[in-house]
Design a protein around this ligand. Structure first.
Ligand code: PMP
Length: 306
């Protein structure tokens, strides 16, 4: 399915029905909307001179379609507009227009599909400074089953999250992921699934690709306070609200790396896995604990109701 080149796959196209069969056959499928058309496969978007490829002016967001439900879709679409502006780009579509496209795209997959929904905005023209009006938009949807609640291992990275004065940390900018993937490569080379990054002050920021919560030694549910160095996750906010609705207050405060060693639970929140437990931190084994489990249940119930 990942062949290069652009194919327009509309209703009535011979491949359209085939696409719908792929899920049943256990094959991954992905579709991209670009310049008014839905396309299958790895659609070429950039030219050799384009600003985003050369100088990193691209932003994206990640939302989900889970068996036809679109939890918190609009905040993710609002964020891609905000991220674009932070990089001097302009998202050419409104939230309503993007939402309509997402719904159109999701309808092309089987009803029980679990999808990653990725709007992308990128700069094309400009030398050093991107020309905002030249920004392009692409929306990719692909099969990505929700990971099970089985747990992952994490280690403390030697990489740090950049300060807001060092990088566009207020945007979900592709460029930031060069550092996240450095941290992930380091973690993998040490035999771990994930990395935990500190901020420049030496406090816990987040995982390489999701936000971090702990149940501290005294039982308090805690997540690092937003300080501009890590992504203000939409799932993080949703999980805090869901736990609050059950009377569980999540403290937002500074978390020290020492607290990771004594935590009763560590878990992640993020669009991809929603709520997933960390079951090993460095050499400490942890349970997939009750707070993470309840947060996951609440999130799945919220998804069903959305
Ligand atoms: N931090 C980073 C670095 C991420 O890539 C993500 C995933 N988008 C998150 C946190 C979680 O954010 P959200 O809940 O908005 O997906």
């Amino acid at each position: 399915m990942a062949e290069r080149g652009r194919q327009h796959i509309g209703k009535g196209h011979p491949r359209y029905t085939t696409l719908l069969c792929h899920k049943k056959m256990g094959m991954e499928m992905y579709l991209t909307y670009y310049k008014g058309q839905w396309n299958e496969g790895n659609v070429p978007l950039y030219g050799a001179m384009d600003h985003s490829l050369w100088l990193g002016s691209s932003v994206f967001d990640g939302a989900r379609a889970l068996r036809g439900k679109l939890p918190d879709l609009r905040p993710h679409l609002e964020r891609v507009i905000a991220s674009s502006e932070k990089l001097g780009l302009r998202c050419p579509l409104s939230v309503d227009e993007m939402e309509a496209l997402v719904r159109e795209g999701v309808a092309r997959f089987p009803q029980d599909a679990e999808l990653y929904v990725r709007p992308l905005v990128f700069g094309t023209d400009g030398f050093l400074i991107p020309v905002a009006e030249s920004s392009q938009f692409a929306l990719t949807l692909f099969d990505a089953p929700l990971p099970p609640f089985t747990g992952f291992s994490a280690c403390l990275s030697t990489m740090l999250r950049p300060q807001p004065s060092m990088a566009p940390t207020d945007a979900k900018a592709s460029a930031l992921y060069a550092n996240s993937t450095r941290a992930m490569r380091e973690a993998k080379s040490r035999g771990f699934d994930q990395a935990i990054l500190l901020d420049a002050d030496g406090n816990v920021a987040e995982f390489a690709s999701s936000n971090l919560f702990i149940v501290a030694a005294d039982g308090a549910v805690v997540t690092p306070k937003l300080n501009g160095t890590f992504l203000a996750g939409i799932t993080r906010a949703r999980v805090m609200a869901l736990l609050a609705s059950e009377g569980v207050h999540v403290e937002e405060r500074t978390v020290t790396p020492e607290e990771l060693r004594t935590a009763r639970e560590i878990f992640s929140t993020g669009n991809y896995g929603k709520v997933t437990p960390c079951t090993r931190y460095e050499d400490v084994t942890l349970e997939a604990g009750p707070v993470a489990r309840r947060a996951r249940e609440l999130y799945l119930a919220f998804t069903e109701a959305s």
